[in-house]
Design a protein around this ligand. Structure first.
Ligand SMILES: [Fe+2]
Length: 211
């Protein structure tokens, strides 16, 4: 007699013997399609509102996941005289972006939607330019990060305004208090590294001309 497959679903549930055997390689149809929201939730927000908000939040999520990864790439690949400070700063910003990723993703889920999650889907969705695999110089790393911040900051303002119009205060608050404020602050920390200042000799050309 052939050995019975422990993963077999042929037997009806009531006749299944209780067993400690884990069931592997299981697949089943999705229980909710991407791009949809649950019909009814106790949030006092209509379905079309939640649909629009989750769609916009997913774009913001894809951009935030891309920026998070761009920070890790920069953290690993940075070089030069400012290596130590930038290596640490990039990792600090990475951790803050990772926290934002979770906050945005969980807001999409609580609104009844589906959060984008896997890197291939993120790559298809993000509005941030893909960097090369190789190493780039510090000013280019900083510029790429700032371009990404600018895209996210612009998207945040639009999302916050639309959420306000639709009465979705939670999304408005997340867009402003969490995402916008964090990105503005991080952009400032990067921008200051792009000011060309003398390291040792003060630029006293004007003083010398006057005397
Ligand atoms: Fe590290």
């Amino acid at each position: 007699m052939a050995k019975k497959d422990p993963n077999s679903k042929s037997a009806p549930n009531q006749s299944q013997k209780v067993t400690a055997q884990p069931r592997f390689h299981q697949r089943a149809p999705e229980i909710q399609a991407y791009g949809t929201v649950s019909h009814m939730l106790p949030l006092d927000l209509e379905e079309p509102v939640r649909l629009e908000m989750t769609e916009q939040l997913n774009l913001l999520l894809a951009d935030t996941m891309t920026l998070r990864d761009l920070y890790k790439k920069s953290h690993w690949q940075v070089s030069g005289a400012t290596f130590y400070q930038l290596h640490l700063l990039f990792d600090k910003h990475f951790a803050e972006q990772a926290e934002l990723v979770d906050t945005i993703a969980e807001r999409i889920q609580l609104l009844g939607g589906i959060s984008i999650a896997m890197s291939a889907d993120v790559a298809e969705t993000t509005r941030i330019e893909r960097p090369p695999k190789g190493r780039e110089e510090v000013p280019v790393q900083l510029s790429r990060l700032l371009d990404a911040h600018q895209i996210i900051i612009g998207a945040c303002r639009k999302l916050a305004e639309r959420a306000d119009q639709l009465g979705d205060d939670g999304t408005n608050d997340l867009a402003v208090s969490d995402v916008l404020r964090t990105n503005e602050l991080q952009a400032w920390f990067l921008t200051e590294h792009l000011v060309e200042e003398p390291l040792v000799n003060a630029n006293d050309t004007h003083l010398r001309k006057a005397s």
